[in-house]
Ligand binder design. Structure first.
Ligand code: IFM
Length: 446
């Protein structure tokens, strides 16, 4: 008999599932919520496939009791969700909206009654639109506003919430949002994107400082989508290309958080960029966190390319891909966990996202949903994580992305990542086979 997927993981290993406010809540006009940059972006023609928006999505704002019941059935230890800043402070700064907190109080209480610990992300991309109108993340002021918002959240929820994540994937907020223009707010401007990087990291540092100064109980960290591409060949130039390809996704974010500053080699490739660092910023950003969150999906192979400002190009790969077109490379997950453990000098790593969009097959009577591809992906990645743990990586938890199919940003509802299928016509929830697989796994049977 082959060994259990999770054999050897510690008894207190955390099994969770993650979502984000704009992706699941819907109810964008309910109870005084203000507009976010994603509401604006979705209204611009051609930005989101089929003109989809998060207006209704899976309506978790109203259907959270049903979703928490599903989480309980799944045996989750923790549910990671994000707070919508525009629900809590509709204008981004100034007067809070107590009805925004009412919702999160209801959600947190329902989770706790079900025996599930909340893990709260403060920012998962839904910046209040008024703050974007005042300059967005390229403006330093936004970081200060974030700090005030974070403090309000700690005060309101820390009697029941002890797991906090400041930012989710600041790479996406800055690079996809301000350089590539494929995420809100849809800008394409490298200097502004890099200013956004610094102010996002500053926002993180200020929130950690507010958390420590307030003496709130529990743990705080940041979720980064770092990755370390592999060289396509063992030639020296390809190895160097692979190192350089990690500069932006990994070292521009992890470097400052680990107290090592921004990677000079990367910045030198873009002379038009200057990081708006003020005295004391780097110390704030480097304040120790209790864990590092890792969001990981795929690994690229890269080769040298003298035409590229950073000297690399992404190569074709033979591996099968998910519906996102992302190659499935569980060994890459193992490699990256090992690398990250080195880079973070062993502080606890929590995988705050991993999962895949895969074809789902609904049974004719609509009661079952078969997704063998997702089960295979999850199994192979959790085995890679288990092997990394055995080989000394201090990885303490795993949150699957995601609990339920939802609004996949620029792809709208065309990509399904959930353990639960959602029929968007009638909001019916149907647990997929991968839901049953994950339940076995969290229970220690698989
Ligand atoms: O859906 C996203 C999530 O919001 C952030 N990390 C990647 C996921 C899949 O693309």
């Amino acid at each position: 008999m082959s060994e259990r997927v999770t054999a050897g993981l510690p008894a207190d290993f955390v099994w969770g599932a993650a979502t984000a406010s704009y992706q699941v809540e819907g109810a964008v006009d309910a109870d005084g919520r203000g507009p976010s940059i994603w509401d604006t972006f979705c209204r611009q023609p051609g930005k989101v496939v089929h003109g989809h928006t998060g207006e209704v999505s899976v309506d978790q704002y109203h259907r959270y009791p049903e979703d928490v019941a599903l989480m309980r059935e799944l045996g989750l230890h923790r549910y990671r969700f994000s707070l919508a800043w525009p629900r809590i402070i509709p204008a981004g700064s100034g007067k809070p909206n107590s009805k925004g907190f009412d919702y999160y109080n209801r959600l947190v209480d329902t989770l706790l009654e079900a025996g599930i610990q909340p893990a709260v992300t403060l920012y998962h991309w839904d910046l209040p639109q008024p703050l974007q109108d005042q300059g967005g993340w390229p403006a330093r002021e936004t970081a200060l506003r974030f700090s005030a918002y974070a403090e309000l959240c700690f005060r309101a929820l820390s009697d029941r919430v002890s797991n906090w994540i400041t930012l989710n994937e600041p790479y996406c907020s800055s690079i996809l949002g301000y350089l590539e223009g494929v995420h809100a707010p849809g800008e394409q401007n490298r200097p502004r994107a890099y200013r956004a990087i610094h102010h996002l990291l500053l926002a993180h540092g200020l929130a950690v400082q507010a958390f420590r100064d307030g003496g709130y109980p529990g743990e705080i960290g940041i979720s980064l989508n770092t990755n370390t591409p592999r060289p396509a060949t063992q030639r020296d130039e390809d190895r160097l290309a692979a190192e350089r390809a990690a500069d932006l996704p990994t070292h521009m974010f992890l470097g400052p958080v680990m107290g090592e500053g921004y990677p000079e080699r990367h910045l030198a490739a873009y002379p038009e960029v200057s990081m708006p660092v003020e005295t004391g910023d780097m110390e704030l950003i480097a304040a120790p966190t209790d864990f590092l969150g890792l969001n990981w999906y795929t690994e690229d192979a890269v080769a040298a390319d003298p035409e590229h400002p950073e000297g690399f190009r992404v190569c074709r790969q033979y591996q099968e891909t998910t519906e996102m077109g992302w190659p499935i490379v569980p060994q890459g997950f193992y490699r990256h966990l090992r690398k990250l453990n080195e880079l973070t000098q062993g502080i606890p790593i929590v995988v705050t996202e991993n999962g895949c969009a895969m074809p789902d097959l609904l049974s004719a009577d609509g009661t079952r949903c078969h997704d063998p591809g997702r089960i295979a992906y999850l199994r192979s990645h959790i085995e890679a994580l288990r092997d990394a743990w055995r080989d000394g990586v201090n990885v303490r938890g795993y949150y699957v992305w995601t609990l339920i199919d939802n609004f996949e940003w620029a792809y709208g509802f065309t990509k399904r990542f959930g353990l639960v299928y959602c029929d968007y016509v009638n909001q019916r929830r149907i647990p997929k086979d991968s839901f049953l697989f994950f339940r076995e796994l969290a229970a220690g049977h698989e």
